[in-house]
Design a protein around this ligand. Structure first.
Ligand code: HEM
Length: 400
């Protein structure tokens, strides 16, 4: 889309992040907004602001005084309460002071050392998926590869049955993707997740294991065990935060490699380049956009926001800002200066980033070992999710 076309659609005053052009290819739209209207606004989907410059997005993510995480969905989602009237909130939807001790409890579970425990299992799973389709010479790499890994890894961490991976992914898509624009659907899947984990939590109370649910049940804040509404919300968050995101980022990396054979050849010849390439994929195809609610009047990029306004944190746009990244629309798998914020910034920066990086590295490394040459079967058959998390949902590829 050209600059002119972007303006014809009045993206500055009437953007629609769920519209087809934005979901298919948001980058030219973001670039035009960044250059001409760096803080866009819309009345759609409950109304929101869309800052597109790195500097503004970074500043908002750090400014917990003016911006609350009480609602972090990119479209309005009503808060939910348990039967005692406690708001169900996980660490990602908490502000200080509650946020600080809850995050501290989660971090050790996702330290680089802790996630390395899952590396060999991750590699074995990648081989198992590839064994299932390699003889066919074709596969939907989003559906049968990228999508398969994250729910099984998070299931192991939570101590739940990894073979229910398809259910978990369906529930998360119901909440985070399809349910964003369909409140009834979202509620249905939220309840499914909640009921499932209630039972799991009850079981751990009498039969604790070496898993994240048991860990949360054993923790205290100020001498008190965590409230059940907090345990439930954080356990659900692990599915919601860990599945669509990593599925999308593995899928986007494979989409890039399927369409850029030179980069694929380079990585096959020198797998040592992979960690740097992964950071570039995270920058260029950042999957996650979050939201904040304004607490007190504040001005960003010359636009004044009122308490209660929703502001989108478009990390994908920040990561393509030419003020920070040289040739931002060029994907350079050897890019040296890459301070991307695909995992967010400030107090809510992704707690699972070590796990996500490990899964991405092993998924791509194993794929390239077994399938060193591949290409899109049909570019028109590729579909993308958009909204809160962007990534390929169908990615048919062929290989020799
Ligand atoms: C490539 C994959 C991933 C990406 C791009 C990603 C991105 C993000 C982003 C942007 C945030 C910041 C939210 C905000 O500022 O409101 C976040 C937070 C979070 N992520 Fe991830 N994430 C990924 C994978 C994971 C995984 C695998 C897990 C673990 C299961 C995870 C767990 C979390 C948690 C717990 C938070 C909340 C941290 C807090 O509020 O203190 N994420 N993630």
């Amino acid at each position: 889309m050209t600059d002119a076309a972007v303006h014809e659609l009045d993206w500055a005053n009437d953007y629609d992040i769920f519209s087809r052009p934005f979901v298919q290819d948001p980058y030219p739209i973001m670039a035009a907004l960044r250059a001409h209207d760096p803080v866009a606004h819309t009345e759609r989907w409950g109304g929101s602001w869309l800052p597109t410059r790195y500097e503004d997005i970074q500043a908002i993510a750090h400014d917990v005084e003016h911006f609350s995480s009480i609602e972090i969905a990119v479209a309005p989602i009503p808060a939910t309460y348990d039967e005692h009237g406690n708001r169900r909130r996980s660490v990602i939807a908490s502000d200080p002071p509650e946020h600080t001790p809850e995050r501290r409890i989660l971090l050790p579970v996702f330290s680089p050392k802790a996630v390395e425990r899952y590396a060999e299992g991750t590699r074995a799973l990648c081989h198992r998926f590839i064994d299932e389709f390699i003889a066919d010479g074709r596969v939907d790499a989003a559906e049968r590869y990228a999508r398969q890994l994250p729910p099984r890894i998070i299931a192991r961490i939570l101590g739940i049955d990894p073979e229910r991976a398809d259910d978990f992914t369906e529930w998360v898509q119901g909440v985070l993707e399809l349910g964003l624009t369909d409140p009834e659907l979202r509620e249905k899947y939220r309840l499914l997740i909640n009921d499932f984990f209630r039972e799991e939590i009850e079981r751990r109370k009498t039969e604790p294991g070496d898993d994240l649910i048991s860990w949360l049940l054993s923790q205290e804040i100020d001498g008190e065990p965590l409230g059940m509404h907090i345990v439930e919300a954080n356990v659900s968050l692990m599915l919601i935060a860990g599945i669509d995101t990593t599925w999308s980022s593995i899928g986007s990396a494979l989409w890039h490699l399927a369409t850029h054979p030179d980069d694929t050849a380079k990585l096959v010849a020198d797998p040592g380049l992979l960690p740097v390439a992964i950071e570039e994929f995270l920058r260029a195809y950042s999957p996650v956009t979050m939201a904040r609610i304004v607490r007190q009047e504040v001005t960003v990029g010359g636009r004044t926001m009122q308490p209660g306004d929703r502001v989108l944190l478009a990390f994908p746009s920040a990561n393509r800002d030419p003020e920070v990244f040289e040739n931002p629309d060029e994907v350079d798998i050897e890019r040296q200066h890459n301070r991307h914020i695909a995992f967010g910034a400030g107090i809510h920066r992704c707690a699972g980033s070590n796990l996500a990086r490990m899964e991405m590295r092993i998924a791509i490394e194993t794929w390239l070992e077994r399938i060193p040459r591949f290409r899109l079967a049909d570019p028109d058959a590729v579909t993308w999710s958009g909204g809160q998390v962007r990534g390929p949902r169908h990615l048919p590829v062929v290989f020799d």
